[in-house]
Design a protein around this ligand. Structure first.
Ligand code: TZP
Ligand code: MG
Length: 272
């Protein structure tokens, strides 16, 4: 089977993103074994390149590869607490709050981070990320679908606004779609079982992380159920960033936990 034989895939496909996804699925279907990774990697890049005649917003602004500790919290107060302890990469992931509160939370967190040149990644709320010019925006696959099909082309605004983009992935199809957008980073999770988020996918494990590492060139973030003892293995498997919620938010001594995590991750500290 050749990539071009895939039914319904034509360059004139009305949705360039869907085109890439279909093509990627097709290309993977051509792979006899997922262990044929060099070839698969080549095919993933072909997938990204093949859609390049279509209008696509990437590449997004680059972020440093050495992310290290990447904390994920749900309020501006938590962001400040982490900044005070020298955490540099922080995701503000707020769920179920009224719009007025959201705006205030993102504005405050963005101001706090700007003061110390920390990097704030806002989960989901792309308008707020743009309005407050945060370092980055992180989106999951459900939100990506909405952004790709929105008539006002929010992803183009994000890219032109210089806001970096991180995208969650769980499957090869999602990875193909993410790669095609040339984001600032790609995340994979949950690596291990986690109680912090209800997810429709089982733990991906370290083997999967290694596979992702060989398939993508952008920084790779690992998330989900990662305890401090697992960090060396997760890094060895190829993660540039280790994103954690409960390891910090449920720590009995936050200052001590941050110190330990920064020590183990080896990087990702505020320098002033
Ligand atoms: N996305 C995938 S797993 C996860 C998110 C937001 C939760 C990670 O939390 P924890 O407590 O570090 O397992
Ligand atoms: Mg989301």
């Amino acid at each position: 089977m050749d990539a071009h034989d895939f039914p319904g895939v034509r360059r004139s496909s009305p949705n360039p993103y869907r085109f890439c996804v279909k093509r990627h699925v097709c290309l993977l279907a051509c792979t006899h074994s997922l262990d044929a990774l060099p070839e698969t990697k080549h095919r993933v890049s072909i997938c990204a390149e093949e859609g390049s005649d279509a209008k696509r917003p990437g590449p997004f602004a680059a972020c440093e590869r050495e992310i290290g500790l990447y904390a994920c919290v749900d309020s501006a107060a938590w962001v400040q607490r982490l900044l005070d302890l020298g955490v540099r990469d922080i995701q503000l992931r707020i769920k179920d709050r009224p719009a007025g509160e959201l705006d205030k939370e993102v504005r405050e967190a963005a101001e706090s981070c700007r003061k110390v040149q920390a990097r704030l990644w806002v989960n989901d709320y792309w308008e707020l990320a743009l309005r407050y010019q945060t370092y980055g925006l992180h989106i999951g696959q459900e939100d990506l679908e909405g952004l790709l099909t929105a008539p006002d082309q929010p992803l183009t605004a994000i890219q032109r606004g210089g806001v970096r983009l991180g995208i969650s992935t769980h499957t090869f199809t999602e990875l193909g779609r993410a790669v095609a957008l040339r984001p600032s980073y790609i995340s994979l999770g949950p690596i291990f079982p986690t109680a912090s988020k209800k997810i429709n996918f089982g733990p991906q494990g370290l083997a999967r992380l290694k596979q992702w590492r060989r398939l993508v060139d952008v920084p790779l973030v690992a998330i989900g159920g990662i305890g401090i003892e697992a960090v060396p293995a997760v890094q060895k498997a190829g993660a540039d960033g280790i994103c954690v919620i409960s390891a910090l938010t449920k720590a009995s001594d936050l200052a001590e936990a941050v110190k330990e995590w920064q020590g183990v991750c080896g990087i990702s500290k505020l320098t002033k």
